[in-house]
Design a protein around this ligand. Sequence first.
Ligand SMILES: [Zn+2]
Ligand SMILES: [Zn+2]
Ligand SMILES: [Zn+2]
Length: 366
Amino acid sequence: MTLAGEHQESGGATTPAAATEASAQPRRWVRPRSAPPQLDFPLVRNGLDYLASVVEHLDETESMVTHRDVKYAVLHLQAAVEVLLKARLMAEHWSLVFSDPHKATRKTLDEATLSSVSTEQAVTRLQNIAGVPITQKEGKALKNLTEDRNKLQHFGLTAPAPVIEARAGEVLDFLIRFIDDELLPRLGQEEKTEGEASLSKLRGGLASINTFVRERTNRIRGEVTREGAENRTIQCPECEQMALVLGESTGPAGELVRAACRFCAGRWEPEELLAYFLPEGQEEPSGLNACPQCGEWALGWGVRVLSDPMEEVAFCFACSVAFPSVAPCDRCGRPIDATGGTDLCGSCWEDAVEDPSDYGYSEDQW
Ligand SMILES: [Zn+2]
Ligand SMILES: [Zn+2]
Ligand SMILES: [Zn+2]
């Protein structure tokens, strides 16, 4: 993480006190102990400016979103994240913006030559030290964004634009709340008014970005429903949208497609997909993944299917059928019909009847 972005508008002053007191007295960090934590407003303003650029790039009401738009949206969104999280950390204590606070010195901070906190570290410090509520989902969205940015810088755009747009929407959503709850209340009246005005524009922009993501999702759902494919459309492991349609179809070049996500355009072989839905610790499909219908070792667990998206069910990636009433045997993990009122498969049940003391205790059956 660099500090470069922070100085575009702050005139090189990293700390508010240093900026305002520079003319009156020697450049020294003097702040009365009783002063309330103040935010570095140039930092916040800079972050808001980056966000305004993100919204401009992603707003489809103005013009079509191009690859170039997506690229700059990601870069500026990541810059905004870095700057705004740091502004809040600074309010807690300036040493927290150093990757290693033990090595913090005023000199390196003022000269902006420090090795700066990473986004992941910033999130942890905000949660643990500043008590800022950041959910696991939000933390993950921030992490994905950092990855998108890194990939973008090295390889160009690796995920399709709609996916990045949807992810950017999540981060933007988080940042708007973060600015509202964590940053604006720490500003003076005048700065606060300016901040609120920028924020309300951002809210408008976010609404239209979300609308486009939602419209796309709705359009896909409409198509899938018309095709009668809701019960073989699952949540995509790549983009997390309920848009991955299983079942053979023909691609634009006449090629055979066995699984394709309509949201991120990702294509899969059913075997690759199954790997995402094996129980923890299981590396390869085995007899435990035998499909009750086709018998193939292709049954995955914990799959979300569009026809009933709130449930996680067993799904066969060979015959593309969901089995909502199939559960793993409590003891051996083999698929069984869970409507039968038992948690054990036939052979585990027999074992349990033969030796009741054994049930639930023996490890060597596994
Ligand atoms: Zn997808
Ligand atoms: Zn099957
Ligand atoms: Zn069993």
